[in-house]
Design a binder for this molecule. Structure first.
Ligand SMILES: [Fe+2]
Length: 253
């Protein structure tokens, strides 16, 4: 399984508008060049797809995916999104959260941590019950699993970002740590590379993804020393079921 993660494009209902002083749509189209370059089995976009919660932002996302992407796409909302608009514009063509995608030698589960009216994230009891059901259903299946959501599932050591993390992260940790086929938990929100793990699963990487728009003040050094460039992450499960992953960066146009 080869999975490309892109995150936090923050699109708006304009082709040329600047978002956080950057041309959001141009940078997003630039990021999508990675799809043709890397030929992933699937693309997962980990939230903050739209900045302005507008129909037009999701239309632009849909049109860009139609133009550039032939593989399956998994979409999950972040705190800046409007999940009902995301579902209405993109839900018929792509997998939306909460959802599951079966790939060659791998499984992807995507979660919705959007919490209406909050910058922090919340999965909530109904979604956690759904996740528990899915994990029970696949308990005997050794197929490698990756879980994706927008908010970090633990504190990353950032004074501001840690005030808006996932409020029910302890429940998620309790549910996910026993799952041995789980190879990685990936997320967005923090606009930077970050890697950590839960104390009881040191073998399971928790991976934060750079933004395609703009980096935030980083906590850990970028492995390829390009912390301010737009980026993403490539994850591959090899034939032995082991995870290989790396940060991707590309230059500003
Ligand atoms: Fe964001």
């Amino acid at each position: 399984m080869r999975l490309l993660q892109l995150s936090d494009p923050h699109l708006v209902a304009s082709d040329a508008a600047l978002v956080r002083e950057r041309p959001a749509l141009a940078l997003w189209n630039r990021a999508l060049e990675q799809v043709a370059l890397l030929e992933p089995d699937a693309l997962v976009i980990t939230g903050d797809l739209a900045q302005d919660e507008s129909w037009g932002a999701y239309q632009r996302l849909r049109d860009s995916l139609d133009r550039h992407v032939r593989c399956p796409v998994a979409l999950l909302p972040g705190n800046h999104d409007r999940p009902c608009l995301l579902e209405a514009v993109l839900g018929r063509r792509h997998v939306t959260a909460p959802g599951e995608l079966m790939l060659r030698d791998g499984r992807l589960i995507i979660l919705n941590s959007h919490w209406c009216g909050h910058s922090a994230g919340r999965l909530g009891p109904h979604q956690l019950a759904w996740l528990q059901q899915r994990l029970q259903a696949i308990a005997a299946d050794p197929t490698p699993l990756v879980v994706a959501l927008h908010h970090p599932p633990m504190a990353i050591g950032h004074p501001v970002l840690d005030t808006m993390s996932l409020v029910d992260h302890e429940t998620l940790r309790t549910m996910l740590t026993p799952i041995q086929p789980l190879k990685a938990v990936v997320f967005g929100h923090i606009h930077q590379h970050w890697q950590g793990h839960w104390p009881d699963r040191p073998d399971l990487p928790l991976l934060g993804c750079p933004s395609t728009l703009k980096s935030m003040q980083h906590v850990q050094p970028c492995p390829i020393e390009r912390a301010t460039d737009p980026g993403g992450r490539l994850l591959e499960i090899n034939a032995l079921g082991a995870l290989e992953q790396r940060v991707l960066r590309w230059s500003n146009p």
